[in-house]
Design a protein around this ligand. Sequence first.
Ligand SMILES: Nc1nc2c(ncn2[C@@H]2O[C@H](COP(=O)(O)OP(=O)(O)OP(=O)(O)O)[C@@H](O)[C@H]2O)c(=O)[nH]1
Ligand SMILES: [Mg+2]
Length: 306
Amino acid sequence: MTTSEGVANCCGTAEREDEDTAGGRYDEDDDDDDDDFSAFAEGGLEGGDGVLGYNEGLSGEVKPRVLLMGLRRSGKSSIQKVVFHKMSPSETLFLESTNKICREDVSSSSFVSFQIWDFPGQIDFFDPTFDYEMIFRGTGALVFVIDSQDDYVEALSRLHLTVTRAYKVNRDINFEVFIHKVDGLSDDHKIQKQEDIRKRAGDDLADARLERIHLSFYLTSIYDHSIFEAFSKVVQKLIPQLPTLENLLNIFISNSGIEKAFLFDVVSKIYVATDSSPVDMPTYELCCDMIDVDVQGVLFTGVSAL
Ligand SMILES: Nc1nc2c(ncn2[C@@H]2O[C@H](COP(=O)(O)OP(=O)(O)OP(=O)(O)O)[C@@H](O)[C@H]2O)c(=O)[nH]1
Ligand SMILES: [Mg+2]
């Protein structure tokens, strides 16, 4: 695959309706390809037609990039569709395999503003025409998805390759590993898998003398709230105002007697911030359910009765 043929502004075919139901707040960036190409060309980089500008130079706005990477069928596009397009988990069974890099703008507020790039599972870093330097340079978070229901030996070696390549280009990337499809696993089995994957990935980095690379691990599934909670944490790390928001929520709960407060992005149900008390899943799930009921755009959801 080459970058010139491998980048698109779309994801699959069946999602137009879903974007509409999402209230049009997640805009597919479908109007500025040509501009992007020329920005890229002006930057003196090779690429030819179909290549995106890495710095969004013409719009003047630099949005952090969140990359979704991992082996084929690991669940990348499903995650994007369920979290940002309200696709129901069972509909993801009909998603086609991604064959081009698909990017999408997520700009629902001044806090939640980034680009998601969904990659095909078969990208080849050794293809000299695949310009991974350009891609990693503007990346804020690299989400690597591992199918926990599959043998993950190959996924781990791909994770190692991806992370080390990306780190060489950009040391500021947050590396986020989603141990995905855990819906089929018992709680014990989940923890066991997470520990095994964490250890193997850590050993690989240690062997390469790259222990300083930090990987964060999450157990995720599109069939419950875990994917929203994991994505919340990924996005929060990209929000520079997070400590201020957390402080404001601390003040809010101490003055209102409310037990727990979340600042939600109501479209995606990811939470942008919460007060500094620990998050427990039942509370978070309850708040998500309340958002589903109350779709009027309430931003603060306080839970006092728990
Ligand atoms: N059980 C289960 N299945 C899932 C989950 N997430 C995705 N899937 C299924 O995994 C399959 C592959 O999903 P995709 O989202 O197309 O995977 P992908 O990583 O985008 O695949 P490529 O585009 O080929 O790289 C689909 O049948 C999904 O329904 C999950 O959390 N649990
Ligand atoms: Mg895909």
